[in-house]
Write a protein that binds this ligand. Structure first.
Ligand code: HEM
Length: 261
């Protein structure tokens, strides 16, 4: 015992850490969590017989279909417009999170925060412009994607449900764009939203109620800014993610990308 204690005290800190690390790595918990096969459980089989089984049992492999039609991977067929729209959505999410660190949705701060973003925040102007241009481009690419789908007749059975999901995605894209437009709280934003909500006010039966709910009052003000901010950064992106998941799932379930013309 005395001998052991003496030996222990003679070990340097580095040696003790190495010993601790070795005993931890040999433990059952470590082995079950960091076992190489815990992520890719079945390995990746090269035999065509087992390939579907392997793919279906791994969530990571499952993101890709077991088989892809030859024309579906041709850029000239889809023009990758759906993929581009999705890429822009991800870009907008990342740049949007960056902007959230510097922007306060109150009438006293909003405009000033955008000015400081341009002048005092590292990469602030660049990220803001990436967000703004990305938003314009996303509206354009979603619209062109819809036109491509229409041109290929991919709205027909069995893809009619996915077309409807697409229409909802287009609406959400436009809503995200419109709610974001108010946030700089400048003259352009103020009057664009005044005109937009006035137009909504002319909808039959529930027009004035819808206008009241959207503005958070009878005219545009601080309540509108907060309301549209929450819709822009939380509700609409959240709903969009849900519909995107359904959209991609349907592309797979409807037999992948539609056939060539
Ligand atoms: C946020 C917007 C959207 C995103 C991110 C998106 C994404 C995608 C992606 C990645 C595909 C796979 C094929 C491709 O890249 O073309 C696809 C297919 C499809 N999308 Fe969209 N989409 C969006 C909006 C729309 C809209 C507005 C419509 C129509 C109103 C639509 C209808 C369809 C249909 C029917 C397919 C299947 C096409 C085929 O099989 O050829 N999508 N979408």
């Amino acid at each position: 015992m005395v001998q052991m204690l003496e030996q222990k005290s003679r070990l340097t800190i580095k040696e003790r850490m190495t010993k601790l690390n070795e005993s931890l790595q040999g433990s059952q918990a470590w082995n079950s969590i960091f076992r190489p096969g815990s992520i890719f459980r079945k390995g990746y089989s090269d035999s065509p017989r087992n390939r579907s089984y392997v793919v279906m049992n791994s969530v990571l492999y499952h993101l890709h279909p077991v088989k892809v039609k030859r024309h579906a991977v041709k850029v000239s067929y889809t023009l990758c417009l759906g993929g581009l729209s999705f890429f822009l959505f991800i870009l907008l999410t990342i740049t949007g999170i960056f902007l959230m660190f510097f922007y306060r949705p109150t009438s006293a701060n909003a405009w000033q925060d955008i000015q400081s973003l341009h002048t005092s925040v590292t990469f602030g102007l660049m990220v803001r412009n990436m967000h703004r241009w990305g938003a314009h481009l996303m509206v354009l690419s979603v619209f062109l994607h819809m036109a491509r789908v229409f041109y290929h007749g991919a709205y027909k059975a069995p893809r009619e449900f996915n077309w409807v999901i697409g229409v909802i995605l287009l609406t959400l894209t436009l809503l995200l764009s419109f709610t974001g437009y108010l946030l700089p709280w400048d003259q352009l934003a103020l009057w664009a939203v005044t005109v937009g909500t006035n137009m909504m006010g002319y909808s039959p039966v529930i027009g004035s109620q819808v206008r009241f709910v959207l503005l958070g009052g009878v005219e545009i003000g601080p309540e509108t800014l907060l309301r549209w901010y929450v819709l822009h950064v939380l509700l609409f992106p959240f709903v969009t993610v849900i519909f995107l998941a359904i959209h991609f799932w349907r592309v797979r379930k409807d037999g992948g990308i539609s056939g060539p013309l």
